[in-house]
Write a protein that binds this ligand. Structure first.
Ligand code: ATP
Ligand code: PYR
Ligand code: K
Ligand code: MG
Length: 569
């Protein structure tokens, strides 16, 4: 079960060189104060256990709630902090798609231990009972084992896709074979070389000569004959057909969007799934094949009316040509975005995907929305225990772009090495983040203002200043006390050199912050008296060995809009 904390690729990164921190006692006023500069410096001691302590540590650890009820942090994050030290702890968040390979309690726990921040369930696959089982198991792990894994539900959407393969896990299409794609309702088992298509207009919309792509080109066919509901196609590029694989058809080099362009983004099945997600209290709903901002606004107001007070975040999946056309409005309307490269690669030429990815990542940062880079990051690890060099380079690039989160799909859902794949994401993230900090590769990205009200503008400026001060002073951490999570996300947006400890009273805000770069969300009740908040936090964290006397902390709070700079007493 132990997901190795450190690299499969490199030896464990050694302990980071000691970071000098100035000493000074905390001063009493809640406003901007600096520690006295000319104090002696002492090396930052790391409260390390063994370098590869993850799983063992977690099982050896009693449930933190039993001992320290007033403060909660994700158990695996706490271990990572000890292992890597404050400043070197992982910033990039990790999303794992749960599937048959990872849905048992032990498998889910292994992913949580391995650093999964968000568990994704894809409503294209599995049934209601299966989804409910996974959601409840994640919640149970959180409660009983001290994790804070969030749950993301990903809608099916109503793009054209194949049906189930009559129970088969996959089917192989060979060069030259003739397959029938049909809109007929078949009894199982399906006739040989027959694929059911979910879109009723399919047989009318396609023309002889069109090219049919399965999963964006994993297999290709040419339409050779139309016979009522049946469309005969010859395989021109052999490949593996997976149940419910996405289908697109192309004519004269362009994707065909006939009447299927009118399909709703959220189908009637999706609405039922969304009701289910709201009832089960998922943290994120990712909307597949978003075409416009309207659908996001519609869903957000539905959630607000239906779930009164709960704050499910809506993530726009950018995976179609229409979503690229309306990118700004869609992202502005959403609580985050996903670069869904799988289907996107079926709709735009593959060579355009990398620049689109970079554009979306930067736009999300500008608009202060978390962004997930998804699909095929470690595709070969579905079958093999080590990634290809090219995959490692791809993961590195997403980390270097400072995307908030990376996502595993088939690698964790149905691959042979889910924990190893997660461990690769972890070690590559750590290594590239460290490289970036050491090289001080501060990007040219100039952050523009995102706030509309004056009060928000003040918060934004405080966050920008706090991040800048943290970098300039070599702070060990920024502490942010936030009711809604907004100030924490503004800090994350600045991508500071040290981690951000985000204290929030709400369990759901805390789980939502799991998706944002560099944030370590804690649940803590706090007051509007910053001095007492800080003293309480210091003693709680010190008792847990998470901070120690002398650590330099910059603290901000959304209620007071103050900045304090102080050493842990
Ligand atoms: N709940 C599940 N039950 C069975 N198989 C699953 C499940 N979730 C995922 N899979 C398998 O893992 C593969 C990759 O998962 P992923 O979530 O990326 O789906 P996808 O079908 O490729 O579509 P998309 O991500 O575009 O919705 C799927 O094609 C499917 O074979
Ligand atoms: C994740 C997803 O939906 C895609 O890449 O298509
Ligand atoms: K989906
Ligand atoms: Mg998709």
């Amino acid at each position: 079960m132990a997901a190795a904390a450190h690299s499969l690729l490199h030896p464990p990164a050694g302990r980071k060189a000691p970071i000098p921190t100035p000493h000074s006692p905390p001063s009493p006023s809640p406003f901007l104060r600096l520690p006295s500069a000319a104090r002696p410096r002492h090396p930052h001691r790391l409260r390390s256990t063994s370098p590869s302590a993850t799983a063992a540590d977690l099982t050896a650890f009693p449930n933190p709630n039993d001992i320290f009820p007033p403060i909660d942090v994700d158990a695996a994050t706490e271990v990572e902090l000890r292992e890597n030290g404050f400043r070197s702890t992982r910033r990039t968040k990790l999303v794992c798609t749960v599937g048959p390979a990872t849905s048992s309690p032990d498998q889910l726990e292994a992913l949580a231990v391995g650093g999964m921040n968000v568990a994704r369930i894809n409503m294209c696959h599995g049934d209601r009972e299966w989804h409910r089982g996974v959601i409840r198991e994640v919640r149970r792990l959180n409660e009983e084992k001290g994790f804070a894994v969030a749950v993301m539900m990903d809608t099916e959407g109503s793009e054209i896709h194949m049906g189930d393969l009559g129970g088969a896990a996959s089917a192989k299409a060979e060069d030259g074979e003739v397959w029938t794609f049909s809109v007929r309702a078949f009894e199982f088992p399906l006739p040989e070389r027959t694929i059911n298509v979910n879109y009723d207009g399919f047989a009318e919309d396609v023309r002889v000569g069109d090219e049919l792509l399965v999963d964006g080109g994993m297999a290709r066919f040419e339409v050779i004959e139309k016979l009522g509901p049946d469309v005969k196609c010859r395989c021109t590029d052999p490949g593996l057909l997976l149940p419910r694989a996405n289908l697109t058809f192309w004519r004269d080099g362009s994707i065909v969007r006939e009447r299927n362009a009118m399909l709703p983004t959220i189908s009637s099945k999706d609405w039922l799934d969304i009701d289910f997600g709201i009832a089960e209290g998922v943290d994120f709903i990712a909307v597949s094949f978003v075409k416009s901002a309207e659908v996001i606004k519609h869903l957000k107001s539905y959630i607000a009316a239906k779930s009164r007070g709960s704050d499910i975040a809506v993530i726009a999946k950018i995976e179609s040509i229409d979503s690229l056309k309306n990118l700004h409005e869609i992202i502005r309307a959403s609580d985050g975005a996903m670069v869904a490269r799988g289907d996107m690669g079926a709709q735009v030429p593959l060579e355009q995907v990398p620049s689109i990815q970079q554009k979306i990542v930067q736009l999300c940062r500008q608009l202060n929305k978390p962004v997930i880079v998804a699909s095929q990051l470690l595709e070969s690890m579905i079958e093999y225990p080590t990634p290809t060099r090219a995959e490692v380079a791809d993961v590195s690039e997403a980390v270097r772009q400072r995307a908030d989160a990376l996502m595993l799909s088939g690698e964790s859902a149905m691959g042979r090495y889910p924990e190893k794949a997660l461990s690769v994401l972890r070690s590559v993230s750590l290594r590239i983040e460290k490289w970036w900090r050491e090289e001080k590769r501060h990007e040219a990205l100039e952050l523009q203002g995102v706030s509309s009200s004056f009060s928000d503008k003040v918060s934004e400026e405080i966050c920008n200043s706090a991040a800048k001060m943290a970098n300039g002073l070599g702070a060990d951490a920024v502490f942010v006390y936030t009711k809604t999570g907004h100030m924490a996300s503004l800090l994350s947006r600045c991508r500071p050199d040290c981690p951000v400890f985000a204290f929030t009273t709400s369990t759901s805000v805390r789980r939502r912050l799991n998706l944002q770069w560099g944030l370590i969300p804690f649940r803590l009740s706090f007051s509007d008296d910053m001095d007492s908040n800080l003293n309480r936090t210091f003693s709680l964290l010190e008792a847990r060995g998470m901070i120690q006397s002398g650590d330099l902390v910059i603290a901000i709070c959304d209620m007071l809009q103050s900045i304090q700079v102080m050493n842990v007493p």
